[in-house]
Ligand binder design. Structure first.
Ligand SMILES: [Zn+2]
Length: 163
């Protein structure tokens, strides 16, 4: 069976999910789906609402006919509780092309009141991706899944635990 909140596989004997701590509601039949949805939303907001997902973005200028990096800054993409399972939230940053013969790096930063976690994710695209973005969704067990590309052509990078 799966945790109703973070979707991680849990055992029927567990009182709470070992990853997110949400109660195992096995045997509670009289709970309406509205009540359950509210419980899940409240719990997810409590666990993930304080975590900000940031992406390192670059600015370029053309100098003497060459593309030169001008600045790199972390920008906030969303709060982690806004992320959904499997449904990708694309950031605004657009890149022209990721060639398939080159390693592509994505730097993200997870910021919460008492922690700051910077992660660099490597991707080696099997095919070139043009007009792509970096996007995020939730993976089972409150993990952040990063995607590069667009809805029709994308690759997934290594998942990062949010809690
Ligand atoms: Zn869970």
């Amino acid at each position: 069976m799966k945790c109703k909140c973070c979707n991680k596989e849990i055992s029927a004997e567990d009182a709470v999910c070992s990853v997110c701590g949400f109660p195992n509601l096995k045997g509670v039949d009289d709970i309406s789906s509205d009540v359950l949805q509210n419980m899940v939303k409240e719990y997810k907001d409590k666990k993930l609402g304080c975590i900000r997902v940031e992406l390192l973005t670059y600015d370029y200028i053309i100098e003497k006919g060459k593309v030169v990096e001008q600045s790199a800054d972390y920008v906030t993409v969303c709060s982690a509780n806004e992320l959904k399972l499997q449904k990708i939230l694309w950031s605004d940053m657009v890149f022209e092309e990721v060639p398939s013969d080159r390693m592509f790096k994505v730097c993200i930063r997870l910021v919460s009141p008492d922690n700051e976690n910077t992660v660099t994710l490597d991707a080696e695209p099997e095919r070139a991706i043009s007009h792509g973005r970096v996007g995020f969704c939730l993976d089972d067990g409150f993990r952040l899944l990063t995607a590069v590309g667009n809805d029709s052509n994308k690759i997934y990078l290594e998942a990062v635990s949010l809690i």
